[in-house]
Design a protein around this ligand. Structure first.
Ligand code: SAH
Ligand code: SF4
Length: 397
């Protein structure tokens, strides 16, 4: 740098220009028809394109071989047929769980997971895909690898549904289909509600992905305005609330959004959703050894949900690298389940899937990011753990 210029080797790496073309799977049918019309095409061409996107799960314009070359070229010019630049897959549980790490056009990493459930007791085989709605997450729950990453950015509609198209394509090679999609990957869906609702619509819509409303679940840490917005839409989607603590002081620590949207309001909004849609609300409860798994905690869950159209899923915490917290032991999990059931609230214990591939969403992206948690995230976590310890010391029976 003697002459004041950067040496070539130290100059900022040249980044390729960002691909600004929207993903085609995020384009609503009316918009696609308008685009085709503007290209001088007849209306059936838009339907043909949609069939390639949704029926044949095309990942590139070249696969749309029955379209005229000029239309394929126009498509390539104006859209990306797949917004996932690159994907790597890891497998666990003897092939029953597969986890994908997707790289987006700007280099951001997001994850999705496929969980296969073999047929059991007259129940048909199922394949559930768990997808991400944001790169990172601003909520910052201290037991969650995505929270540790901090917030990156919202995903757009195509980036969300392309995760589903990725797995659908993979399953199609085995003659299988996706049976359920859950928004339980990275990010807080209802803090990206416009894109998430549009993506859920595309997945639900018989003319597009055609999953069916009853096969779709949206999980939220408790964004009350988002829950109210869903309620007004009256969809038949399943709403899942990430509860994790029924005592407000503890939930302030475990789900920091509780300070903005306190639990009583969240449960009231979720109950209205259940009443209006007739759908039972799921409450997710990650069990962390010695933190939120006492009989008093279970009693508080029972008191909170008694008499409501609710169902509790207990999930022993997936160990994640950035925290010492561990899952509750099997005996405590069973006791907790009994204690909640005693209040008449239905409970299911969920087995951990894919521990060895970091199936708690956010883990792979965190590893790739080098887990060099930005200072601010680390300080926030340290503060939470301190506050958590203080709150626990003062309040635990
Ligand atoms: N942000 C939304 C949806 C994505 S998180 C939400 O929090 O609801 C999906 C689920 O994974 C949540 O219930 C979350 O609490 C859970 N989760 C996060 N980290 C986990 C871990 N280490 N072990 C088990 N479940 C975890
Ligand atoms: Fe965000 Fe959900 Fe993780 Fe909390 S659990 S940090 S809300 S992704």
């Amino acid at each position: 740098m003697r002459d004041g210029r950067l040496l070539p080797s130290l100059a900022a790496p040249s980044t390729p220009p960002l691909d600004e073309r929207p993903g085609i799977a995020g384009i609503a049918p009316a918009e696609l028809a308008a685009w085709a019309g503007a290209q001088g095409e007849r209306p059936y061409r838009a339907r043909q394109i949609a069939d390639f996107v949704w029926g044949r799960l095309a990942a590139g314009a070249a696969e749309m071989h029955t379209l005229p070359a000029r239309l394929r070229a126009a498509l390539e010019r104006d859209f990306r047929v797949d917004t996932l630049a690159d994907t790597s897959v890891r497998t666990a549980d003897a092939g029953l769980t597969e986890k994908a790490l997707h790289r987006l056009a700007d280099g951001r990493l997001v994850e999705s997971v496929l969980m296969r459930y073999p047929p059991r007791g007259g129940r048909r085989e199922r394949a559930t895909v768990c997808i991400s709605s944001q790169a990172g997450c601003a909520v910052g729950c201290p037991f969650c690898a995505t929270g540790e990453l901090g917030f990156g950015r919202d995903l757009d509609v195509a980036e969300i549904v392309d995760q589903v198209r990725f797995w659908a394509r993979r399953l199609a090679t085995e003659g299988r289909r996706i049976s359920n999609v859950v928004f339980m990957g990275m990010g807080e869906p209802l803090l990206n509600a416009d894109a998430v609702i549009a993506a859920a619509d595309a997945l639900d819509d018989p003319a597009r992905f055609g999953l069916g409303a009853r096969h779709l679940a949206i999980s939220t840490s408790g964004v009350i305005p988002g829950i109210e917005r869903l309620t007004a839409m009256r969809p038949a989607w399943t709403l899942a609330i990430s509860l994790h603590a029924a005592r407000p002081d503890l939930r302030d620590i475990l789900v920091p959004l509780n300070r903005r949207y306190p639990l009583d309001g969240v449960v009231a909004a979720a109950t209205r959703y259940g009443d209006v849609t007739g759908r039972r609300v799921s409450y997710e409860y990650v069990l962390i050894d010695g933190i939120n798994d006492t009989a008093a905690d279970a009693g508080a869950v029972g008191d909170l949900l008694r008499g409501r159209l609710a169902h509790v899923n207990l999930i022993p915490m997936n160990p994640v690298a950035h925290t010492e917290w561990r899952p509750s032991g099997a005996a405590r999990v069973d006791a907790f389940a009994r204690e909640v059931r005693a209040a008449g609230v239905p409970v299911t214990v969920r087995r951990n899937r894919g521990d060895e591939i970091g199936a708690a969403c956010g883990q792979l992206a965190a590893e790739q990011a080098g887990l060099a948690a930005p200072g601010a995230v680390r300080r926030r976590r340290d503060r939470m753990e301190r506050e958590g310890a203080a709150a626990l010391a003062a309040r635990r029976p």
